[in-house]
Design a protein around this ligand. Structure first.
Ligand code: NAP
Length: 255
């Protein structure tokens, strides 16, 4: 009889959900998905989902030991760098294999007018020089970095509303969950008279239509660059992550 292997997937992305569904089909693999709990109605890949922080590296180490996790797959958002660093440290401490699934960043292409910056604060610094009406597509966590820009107007798109005590820049909040079509994005940019977009370089297809629409309408995009990923095994697609998993599950060949 083969021993059951426990796989912990750190989720919060569409890729993590797809991976959890695919991995759960492997006989002898028990999948647990972990979500940060950032959205009120999260997409939950299965019943075996836990929600909320672990309590730093120490908390994650304790969880991995308590739950007897054999393998750790980090499929979190490219900007969720704290949990990725914690995952790398905790897996090393417990001595289990860890993989980072990191979808490729968007590449600048002909016709794009990107201003690449390294943080939300840097994005806020360049905005007054660029436009007056801004489409802020960074979610709700980092709105405070733009709150002091009282002379600008912001259209702010996010899944859940800002917290009641959050510092929010002047403008309008739009509560929507992607994916968004090109037609929708084009019409939104025109309807609101948007002069610049602020985006994280999240990569992936679900939110790329705004970048195409901006290119078509010659609207500049202030593109926030990704944080540096921790070293270690890294793949770009769900398929490659699945192949990594299958390799780790293969019984050792006897010589
Ligand atoms: P983070 O800065 O990497 O994580 C902060 C803390 O949240 C972690 O230290 C951990 O708490 C907890 N956490 C994060 N992901 C977790 C998971 N999958 N399971 C359990 N706990 C988790 O990430 P963030 O604050 O969530 O987001 C940072 C950036 O990523 C933001 O720009 C956000 O818009 C973007 N983003 C995040 C998600 C997401 O699902 N997290 C989804 C889309 C976009 P403990 O230290 O207590 O363990």
């Amino acid at each position: 009889m083969t021993e059951t292997k426990r796989l912990l997937i750190l989720g919060g992305t569409g890729d993590a959900t797809a991976l959890a569904v695919k991995a759960a089909e492997i006989p002898g693999v028990e999948v647990i998905t972990s979500l940060a709990g950032r959205t009120r109605q999260p997409v939950v890949p299965s019943e075996n989902t836990r929600i909320g922080g672990f309590g730093g590296v120490a908390g994650l180490v304790a969880y991995l030991r308590e739950q007897q996790v054999d393998l750790l797959m980090d499929a979190t958002h490219p900007f969720a760098d704290r949990i990725s660093l914690n995952a790398a440290a905790a897996a090393a401490r417990v001595g289990i294999p860890r993989l980072l699934l990191l979808r490729p960043a968007w590449e600048r292409t002909a016709g794009d007018c990107w201003i690449e910056v390294d943080s939300h604060e840097s994005a806020a610094r360049v905005l007054p020089e660029i436009a007056q009406r801004i489409f802020l597509t960074i979610g709700r966590q980092e709105l405070a970095a733009f709150a002091h820009l009282c002379d600008l107007w912001f259209l702010m798109r996010m899944i859940d509303p800002p917290r009641s005590d959050a510092a929010v820049p002047p403008g309008q909040v739009l509560l929507e969950r992607g994916p968004f079509s090109l037609a929708e994005e084009r019409s939104l940019l025109q309807r609101y008279g948007i002069g610049a977009i602020v985006s994280k370089n999240s990569g992936g297809a679900a939110t790329y239509a705004k970048i195409i629409a901006a290119r078509e309408l010659a609207i500049p995009v202030v593109m926030i660059q990704r944080p540096i990923a921790p070293p270690g095994d890294i793949v770009a697609t769900v398929e490659d992550a699945f192949a990594w998993l299958q390799q780790r599950l293969m019984p050792c060949e006897k010589i």
